[in-house]
Design a protein around this ligand. Sequence first.
Ligand SMILES: [Zn+2]
Ligand SMILES: [Zn+2]
Length: 425
Amino acid sequence: MQIDLEQFRKPCTCGKTHEISVKGIWIDEGAVRHLYEMLTEEVELGTFIAPVIVWDENTREAAETAMEDIADICLEDICLESEDLHANNQGVAILDENLPEETDLLIAVGSGTIHDLCRYVAYHRGIPFVSVPTAASVDGFVSTVAAMTWNGMKKTMPAAAPLYVFADTNIFKEAPYRLTASGISDLLGKYIALADWKIAHLVTGEYLCQETCRLEYQALEEVLSCINYLNRGDSEAYEKLMYALLLSGLAMQMIGNSRPASCAEHHMSHLWEMEIINDHIDALHGEKVSVGMIQVRKRYERIVNAIRDGRCKVKEYEGMEEQLLQRTFGAKGLYEQTLEENTPDPMLLVSPFRLEEMLIPIADILDEIPSAKKLEKILKEADCCVSMEQIGLTDALVEDSLNLSPYVRNRLSFNRISKMLEYEV
Ligand SMILES: [Zn+2]
Ligand SMILES: [Zn+2]
């Protein structure tokens, strides 16, 4: 299947004409064959004279046979060590050192980390890259930004989107199931991200694109329709999941940032990755997202109940919790960076009066998210992570995680807005 990208480029109801920089996406058994053909034709990809494959030990093993012909016509291939490979400044340095000066095209063969490293390095060298996902594990393949840990801070950095995506079912279907489950989890997190976006729009007038939301909901429907067939290895189900992940990535491309796909649930994941209140955990991106989502959903449920019972009161904003931030982020040497990230404070856009007025519409938006119980059921059936314990954390960290995570990004979530609400009795 080839995704029709033209449909996303039309002038949109939000008043913008969205840009999609990726030129083509194939999701097929044998999609890499198409990459080979394009590299050997005399136009476009064929005009690059020094393409370089970037993979790691695991992803090379997964794709090596299918990509033998491609490797033969590349300048070289760079195999990064899988252990301790992360999307951070060390990873970038290793790739940069090993990449020949004359490289004019990167072929990223891997999942999230390899893609983030390639898109970052490609952007800084001013060269294009093409994507060969080896697992349906994240929605960031076509993203224009790289999610990096930079000197300990979790950052979204400008980067290049791939020119083309060649998602070969024969390759990504064979990935360890844990990676696939992580992709499902990353997608289900959109329920929270979309509600957060809609609420921020409602309360502060932040820009919102309905078409892009629609696309994300379509991605959610796709994943729900295939979820029960994935752990049986059904090819069509895998293609649907990959399609959904790429749709979500396109939604981010349309907006130019991760607003449609990442909010309070991802903030939880980022906080744990920054190791502010916890030790290092080995969980995958999606695993942290689904566990974060469940906890956020539970808090949102408590607040909806309070709103419906008339127990939820709006209070004046008291500013950033500087003492708390100093004790936590500060203890890791990240106090200044955290303040900087939160300047200007997105909460200054929230008027108590407006918030008060919107409590019922907010509750209505929150009620569109499936309940924590329902989400847990869906996730468990697909062998995804739901509990803190499963990702190496304890329940004792839940409250601190919910309270601190909004500060990892300058992006308004309802979780952050709830700092102006009194709802516990
Ligand atoms: Zn739009
Ligand atoms: Zn994600």
